[in-house]
Design a protein around this ligand. Sequence first.
Ligand code: AMP
Length: 223
Amino acid sequence: MKERLGLILLGPPGSGKGTQAKLLTEKYNIPQISTGDILREAVKQRTELGLKAKKFMNQGELVPDDVVVGIIEERLRKEDCERGFVLDGFPRNIEQAHALEGILKKLNSQITQTINLAVGEEELLKRLSGRRICRECGEGYHIIFNPPTNGGICNKCGGELYQREDDQEDTIKARLAVYAEQNAPLIKYYQGKGLLHRVEGKGSIQQIVERIITTIEGTRRDD
Ligand code: AMP
């Protein structure tokens, strides 16, 4: 038996973490845990958590650690995570990485691979500013790379497409700056543990997922 996977996807906003995480959940039958998705849902539902998070998110800033750490702990305790998990958008700084380690220890679980998706800044700006999402089903599009057939309408469900507030150019720049500052210590941290693998994030979605799977399979241990 191969060991249970505890994956982290690192990479700047727009590097394709969400897309790749979805493909990995299909390949390995493990849940994707995206703090961004959980927070956006809370904002949409206007829960207490959503109201707290909204102002940070709209400015491209990080939501306070205690809020996201609480979200992650609650999610990792769910039964489906016993099969493994792929984290997308968490941890975002070294404090979150330490908190994650504590939570996983309690749950008798661990990180097995950290994938660092590498994409240059110019490419990221292009990708993020063209991104559109369906309000109804969450399907993602890009006005140049993956346009919907019918203007601002979702191919899958006919829902209206929208641009995330934090995908406007000024906010994108703020998000990339926050990322650059906070991510460097994370890279070092996982490198020090021998868990970090750099994967080139340019190319087709299929090429990239194949690179990630090759990396995982090349480092996955037997139980
Ligand atoms: P994302 O969809 O991962 O780009 O996240 C969108 C926004 O949600 C970020 O710009 C942050 O405001 C917030 N967010 C998501 N994950 C985290 C996290 N791990 N820590 C703090 N804030 C987060």
